[in-house]
Each structure stands twice: as C-alpha cells, then as structure tokens.
Design a protein around this ligand. Sequence first.
Ligand code: GLN
Length: 277
Amino acid sequence: MVINSLVRFAEDALTENARYEAEQMVMSALEISHTELVLHGRNRETTDVDFQAVGEMVERRKKGEPLQYILGECEFMSLDFYVESGVLIPRSDTETLVETVINAAAKDKKAEILDICTGSGCIGISLARFLPYAEVDLIDISDKAIEVASKNIIRNDVSDRVKVIKKDILNEYPDKQYDVVVSNPPYIETDVIDTLQATVKDFEPRLALDGGEDGLIFYRRIVSLADKIIRKNGVLAFEIGYNQGEAVKKLMEEKFTDVRVIQDLSGNNRVVIGILK
Ligand code: GLN
C-alpha cells in the first residue's frame, strides 16, 4: 500500500487527533520527514514491515500509552529529546522555567548550573544549548533517567559541557556550589496521583510525580541544602504546581531575596525563583 493508505489505516483506528498521530507514526516507522510524507504520499509503496510497525504503534496508543513514548521522541524548547517509559515526558509548561533561568543566568561568562531530578535531562540540556558558556550537572536517583539523559546529551551535542550523575537528593547532595540550581521535582501530593488522567497515572513514572503527602518534600529538602550547593547571590528556580506558589515562596523567603512567583502561558503560577542572600 502507498504511504497515504498507511496513514489512513492508522487514522481510522485512532481517536484523538487521529490524523496528526497517524502521520507521526508513519513518519517515525518510515523514518521520513513531514515534507517527504506530503511529497510521496500518493505513490511511494510501503512494506509489510512498515505496516506491522505502524499497527503495533496504533495498538499501544489504543491502550492509552502517550504518543511520545511510542515515537520515542518529544520536542522541548524547539530541541529534540529522546524519551521512553520510565522518564517524565517534557511538558511545554516547563519551558517557562527554562526561559526564566535563561533570563536570570549570566550569558557572556561561565555559569555553573545544577539540574536536580533531571529525568530526560530536558531542562539542563536546554540551558546548555541556550547559554553557550554554561557548565551543567544533571542529577537523578533513577537509572533509567541517567540512561535517557545521557542519550539526550549526545543527541543535543553538549557532551563537552553537560555531565549526568546518579544521586538521591533526599539523602545526599553534590559536594560543590553552583551559580544556578534549577529543579522540576516531583510535586504531586501522593493522594492526588490516582485522580490524574490515565495517560499520566498509568504510564508515567510515579517516582517522577510523587512529592509526598503535601507535595513539598523536594522543595523543603532543596531549600534546606541551599547554602551548601548554591553560591552567595546564586539563583534557585523551581517549577511548581499551580497551587504551590505561596507555599514555596514562603519556604524560600528566609534564605532568599527577590523571591518571585511567575506564571506560565495559561496564566497559572508555574515558577518560583529567588537569589540566595
Ligand atoms: N526535570 C524533568 C522534567 O522536567 C523531570 C521532572 C520530574 O521527574 N519530576 O521533565
């Protein structure tokens, strides 16, 4: 069957954004760009292997698995990240955190940056791409995160300035100080996780979501480590849940000045940033 028929086959079997998702699956299976799909859709023949590959993707999607895990790919800050089950899928909301840090960090000289709970590495790696003198350490407790972040360092061509280190921030911490510490830690209250949409709660890692009983465990811990891991006048920036702005601001105010809560593009509180006194 020709490319367009394969797209139609997938589209008919899918429900949400069926056309878009069908095209993405076919592009991924055939390793072609959208331009090639449009250009050759009517006449290029596909193989049984392509048909089988797309069929398997459709089946996974029908069971509710997020498209990004199926494609093994996700765009973030206009960069390309590899993702697989076991790391959180980068969210566009998180771009607000990255943009806030880009604006706050030194642009024309070296800045040492630490990304805590890095997951796919999307935050720290984007910072390295947008801040050409930055040197970035990524830490995470999960072996899968270390593996995925390592791939993304290579994929985004920043291996000379970005390192990934396995560390459990709740029980240990890096033995050096940074100019900027950034984190999008797990921040969902334990009891709320089961109320999240199925694509999230059934497929994304609980470890990356669970912020303890009140959702604030990681914020408390990282703020308590501030003097050890952040230089004086250094920056701490967190992503937060829409309802955590006041709580996290209050946690930070004892040690930090200029603490600000910043909204994402939907107008929800999304980032808290401050300068270490
Ligand atoms: N820092 C990663 C991200 O923003 C992972 C966050 C997490 O696991 N809570 O996608």
